[in-house]
Design a protein around this ligand. Structure first.
Ligand code: ARG
Length: 625
């Protein structure tokens, strides 16, 4: 199922060097056989299933032998005999096993050399020097409404994907596609104006109330009315429903009128509208900051940003004969799909899809993106499917340089409560994101204060304010890591107890591993012990080193698959491998000087890689916990 969405340049890691070496060897060995065509043969290098047999294995021999009509072990031997010096120098003598696997064990010096080469500010991660451009659609809140838990995902998944590409040296455009130009905001605005609320002093709570009131009012009870007539309920009930129906119709008409005035630039309405945006965005930025997410006013590319591009968008589809009239409205039809894409309503107004068409065009044609990533709820799958197809139909995926841009929806699943239903408060409302984060921070603080109470805790001497700051980092990490470590498209259960635990695949566990290493390094430097040349001797050192060397590849994979959970998986494995290393290999006590220097070096690299990987998810890595 894995698909590469981005061309990231591959680091020159050990696995790639082994792969290249075997390709050369196969080509050299095959020059003896005139019968095989010259198509490059994949050596099929895999990580070894069991470290007993080496670090990697090459599985090419079985299928290759078949096509040559030879014995696989013989073919494997011939290839191994043809290994170029670059490959021989890297590995211990090769072993041919079973039906013809080649077991590959790296020489300890090769591992130490590769790790030494990785020990730089970039930690071995390649940098594309801004030769690639990606746009990331993230957050996308509807203005005049408080952020709820669904926005958590759209915001942090988007931010992590943006950071992955930033880390790889891409040009990254964060695009906050705010819902600020449609009926929902007009309904709230109309409700506030009817209630004569002073918009200059409006609070987010007022907005929420007005939004809910508007939604309730707008729920037309025409069906109820028809049912009441049909089942001959009493006249009181009918009168009540009639009033409700009229009220709803009036509210809706008022909202439509407000929307029209907004969209045609009525100064008073626009001024009120701007005020609503300011109030909502204030909270959005505050929340983003709490989450460590890079989201600022300059990232706003809401629906209203595209207001002057909507008519040209519709016109372009008409001119290209791609939009047809359907009962007064304009739709784009797709071959073999019943559902058309509505791009203009019969009253001439445009809709959500129209802004998305204009936005896609802008992102590819104006920003020059070769990849546009949409971090949006899975329920909008059909919408994006249609929008992407329409953009391709009209040719806007073609960039100025002639290359095709790709549009990719990263459809995320829902956050569920313990009842496995979408997370709601006890009274059945959506959890506001703020409430959720406040609770997580409180839990993180409780945890950190409790640990600091033990006299030999590394945090024992810290002030309450310092402990609070660490506790906040822990609470936020708990929520973010739990979200980002699960497969994006899957629903997950929001379980704060599990999320804040210091054990298992959690944010606090990763932070704790980092803090523990920071503690070792601080102690070493107090004792005057310094890191030195790497010597890979024990199996645990080897396994830790190999894990560290996987870091650049993990970043590239996570980016090209648009899968933040791969970074989390890398972090978890690194933390586990480190803990196993630390248990088996004394660092400060009981090691001779050169061993200590090498192990300190491993500790230092592990700490930096952990902190760097956590920073991709914008999770802070405190040095004491
Ligand atoms: N405002 C939309 C909503 O709440 C999300 C926007 C997602 N981005 C986009 N380009 N459509 O459903």
């Amino acid at each position: 199922m894995s698909q590469n969405h981005a061309r990231t340049s591959r680091t020159n890691d050990l696995a790639s060097r082994i792969d290249a070496g075997f390709r050369t060897a196969i080509a050299a060995a095959l020059s003896d056989y005139a019968s095989v065509n010259s198509a490059p043969i994949d050596p099929l290098i895999k990580a070894a299933a069991n470290p007993k047999f080496g670090d990697f294995q090459a599985n090419f021999a079985m299928s290759l032998a078949k096509s040559l009509g030879k014995n696989p072990r013989e073919v494997a031997q011939q290839v191994v005999d043809a290994a170029p010096p670059s490959l021989r120098d890297l590995c211990e003598p090769f072993e041919i096993a079973g039906p013809g696997f080649v077991n590959i064990r790296l020489r300890p010096e090769s591992i130490a050399n590769a790790l030494t080469a990785m020990d730089s500010a970039t930690l071995g991660v390649s940098n594309d020097n801004k030769t690639h451009t990606v746009a990331v659609d993230l957050c996308g809140v509807n203005v005049a409404k408080q952020m709820h838990v669904g926005h958590l995902r759209a915001t942090i998944i988007g931010d992590t994907i943006a950071r992955l590409f930033e880390r790889l040296g891409w040009n990254v455009h964060r695009q906050n596609h705010l819902g600020d130009w449609g009926l929902p905001i007009a309904m709230t605005l109309a409700a506030l104006r009817r209630a004569k609320v002073d918009i200059a002093r409006v609070t987010l709570d007022d907005l929420n109330r007005a939004y809910r009131r508007a939604q309730a009012e707008g729920r037309d009870d025409e069906a109820g009315l028809a049912a009441a007539h049909a089942t001959a309920v009493g006249p009181h009930r009918i009168a009540e429903l009639e009033a409700q129906h009229e009220g709803a119709a009036a509210a809706l008409a008022d909202a439509h009128d407000t929307l029209r005035r907004l969209q045609s630039g009525d100064a008073a309405v626009v001024a009120d509208w701007q005020k609503l945006i300011d109030v909502t965005m204030h909270e959005v930025y505050e929340t983003a900051q709490l989450l460590g997410v890079d989201l600022k006013p300059e990232h706003n590319r809401g629906e209203s940003f595209f207001r002057d591009r909507l008519t040209p968008t519709v016109d372009a589809f008409v001119a290209a004969n791609l939009a047809v009239r359907d009962a007064g409205a304009l739709v784009v039809r797709f071959e073999g799909r019943e559902r058309p894409l509505l791009i203009q309503k019969s009253d001439g107004t445009s809709l959500y899809a129209t802004t998305d068409l204009a936005a896609a065009r802008y992102r590819i044609q104006d920003l020059g993106s070769e990849l546009v990533v949409y971090c949006v709820d899975a329920r909008q799958r059909d919408h994006f499917n249609d929008v992407f197809d329409a953009v391709a139909l009209i040719g806007w995926t073609k960039r100025a340089d002639g290359r095709e841009a790709s549009l990719v929806h990263v459809p995320f699943g829902a956050v569920l409560g313990s009842d496995k239903r979408p997370l709601k408060t006890r009274s059945g409302e959506n959890f506001t994101l703020k409430a959720l984060l406040d609770e997580a921070i409180a839990r993180g603080r409780r945890e950190v204060h409790a640990r600091a109470a033990s006299p030999d805790a590394p945090t024992a001497a810290l002030s309450p304010a310092e402990l609070d700051a660490i506790g906040q980092a822990v609470g936020i990490a708990a929520i973010k890591y739990a979200d980002l470590s699960s497969d994006v498209s899957r629903d997950y259960v929001f379980d704060l107890d599990r999320m804040v635990s210091f054990e298992g695949d959690t944010g606090p566990y990763a932070q704790y591993a980092h803090a523990r290493i920071a503690g070792i390094l601080a102690k070493a430097s107090a004792q005057g012990a310094a890191a030195g040349a790497l010597v890979i001797a024990t199996p645990q050192e080897r396994s830790l080193a190999l894990n560290l060397l996987r870091y650049p590849g993990a970043i590239e994979d996570a980016a090209s698959q648009l899968a933040p959970n791969r970074i989390a998986a890398f972090i978890f494995e690194l933390a586990n491998t480190f803990n196993a290393f630390y248990q088996a290999c004394p660092v400060l006590r009981g090691a001779d000087e050169s061993t200590r220097a090498s192990r300190l070096h491993l500790c230092d690299l592990t700490r930096r890689v952990l902190a760097d990987a956590l920073s991709i998810m914008a999770i802070t890595a405190p040095s004491r916990m």
